[in-house]
Design a protein around this ligand. Structure first.
Ligand SMILES: O=P(O)(O)OP(=O)(O)OP(=O)(O)OC[C@H]1O[C@@H](n2cnc3c(O)ncnc32)[C@H](O)[C@@H]1O
Ligand SMILES: [Mg+2]
Length: 202
């Protein structure tokens, strides 16, 4: 069956305002029409997977089942080499269930207090999954990775989450100091979404 669905409405399986804003900006002018799962009263899915891929599938399946629409989910996080890849898939709950962005970021800085500079390398990961329906056996899966370093103090006010402590070597600033268009052109999410758009519009 064709993947083409111009004009068809798709539910976006996220409650994260930062992600919703970026994905909305990235899809401005695109054929794809998305609506956040909050519009359909979709309950939060439990992210029980051990990989970004599994968690993205869980969230997309949940949103599709509750809305009756095709769904896109974003599972993302930050990996730090000094912490052997942590917080990774646990990035949203690094400082505990329901932790704020600020609390997660502070815990990461404190866990890295003794880390040698050479090991403060890390990356953002983003997996996007598209499901046509809850039992779709062939989900579209796209991934983006954005390499950087972890700063010792936060800088900048744009973006969300760990952006104020993610240093972007190619631009010499944190990702919270980039304007939204520049972040989207470089980011893990921008990369993954452009891939997904190509697949959906082909
Ligand atoms: O599951 P949903 O409802 O989409 O929202 P969430 O915030 O729980 O999202 P995740 O489970 O995918 O966790 C992503 C974590 O990684 C962080 N993160 C992801 N992308 C980011 C970005 O572009 N900039 C900064 N932090 C980011 C984000 O702040 C979260 O702590
Ligand atoms: Mg989540």
């Amino acid at each position: 069956m064709s993947r083409s669905h111009r004009g068809e409405q798709i539910v976006l399986a996220s409650n994260n305002a930062g992600k919703l804003r970026e994905i909305g900006q990235l899809l401005a002018g695109a054929q794809i029409r998305i609506r956040p799962q909050g519009d359909f009263g979709v309950p939060e899915a439990e992210e029980t997977g051990l990989t970004f891929v599994e968690n993205a599938i869980i969230k997309a399946r949940n949103a599709s089942a509750h809305s009756g629409l095709a769904a896109i989910a974003d599972d993302s996080g930050i990996e730090v080499d000094a912490l052997r890849g942590a917080p990774g898939i646990y990035s949203a709950r690094y400082a505990g269930a329901g932790a704020s962005d600020e609390e997660n970021l502070r815990k990461l800085l404190s866990d890295l207090a003794e880390a040698p500079e050479a090991e403060r390398t890390g990356r953002f990961q983003c997996v996007l999954v598209y499901l046509r329906h809850p039992e779709d056996p062939t989900p579209l899966i796209c991934q983006g990775t954005w390499e950087g370093r972890i700063l010792t103090t936060p800088r900048g006010t744009n973006g969300f989450g760990y952006d104020p402590i993610f240093f972007v070597p190619t631009h010499g600033c944190s990702s919270a100091e980039l304007d939204p268009e520049t972040k989207n052109s470089l980011s893990h999410r921008g990369q993954a979404l452009r891939q997904l758009q190509r697949l959906l519009e082909s």
